[in-house]
Design a protein. Structure first.
Length: 214
């Protein structure tokens, strides 16, 4: 079940306070709309009721789809990161909030949280997706040495095609699409050498590089 609490936030545009709903635990099972709002970022958007100004609010939350055995834990500080690591460190013990065979991922941003939802909803292995991201990113750097990439994210396009977006703070975004065949090929080549999918807590570009080294 979702768990929320209300707190007032001071608007930086007009200086007045408005209530904002903090989601301590997000469980979209009873309400698909909640999930859509996580994916769009609306759930994390504060709207001032006085002047209408909007801004993103950053905080820790746990997104859990119990029926699918998936937990994505969003941490926004070093301290909460360490706490999350400790929570899931000993998952075989009875006190653990999730079972050993369930998927747990610690994510560091709302974008990463939405990305994990997209990846697992497509039935993909996030480690293979990160390997594909690493491959395309290295290609991009080869073509354009001075390109600035701040975030690399997986998306599903309008035609249901798979896409990797390279986001950059200067607004010069790029994207590249890849086929399910490419994914299946890499999964076949490398998938068997990877540890069980539920064993990892953090799956990002860094770990993809580790996989490729072996
Ligand atoms: Zn305002």
């Amino acid at each position: 079940m979702s768990r929320v609490h209300m707190e007032n936030i001071t608007c930086i545009a007009c200086g007045k306070e408005s209530p904002y709903r903090y989601w301590d635990m997000i469980d979209p099972m009873m309400n698909q709309e909640t999930k859509d709002k996580v994916l769009s970022g609306e759930l994390f958007t504060f709207t001032c009721k006085h002047c209408g100004a909007k801004r993103r609010v950053t905080y820790d939350t746990i997104y859990q789809e119990v029926a699918k055995g998936r937990t994505f834990h969003l941490v926004t500080s070093e301290e909460s990161y360490m706490q999350a690591v400790n929570i899931y460190a000993d998952r075989d013990s009875h006190s653990s909030p999730v079972l050993a065979h369930e998927i747990v991922r610690i994510v560091l941003s709302q974008n990463q949280l939405a990305e994990k939802i997209r990846i697992f909803d497509e039935g993909l292995d996030d480690r293979i997706v990160e390997i594909i991201k690493a491959y395309f990113l290295s290609q991009l750097y080869e073509q354009e040495q001075d390109i600035q990439v701040d975030e690399v994210l997986f998306f599903v396009g309008d035609q249901n095609q798979y896409e990797i977006a390279f986001l950059s703070q200067d607004g010069n975004h790029r994207s590249i699409s890849f086929s399910r065949e490419m994914y299946d090929g890499i999964k076949k080549d490398i998938g068997g050498k990877l540890p069980p999918i539920h064993q990892e807590l953090e799956v990002d570009l860094e770990i993809a590089m580790e996989y490729l080294k072996d």
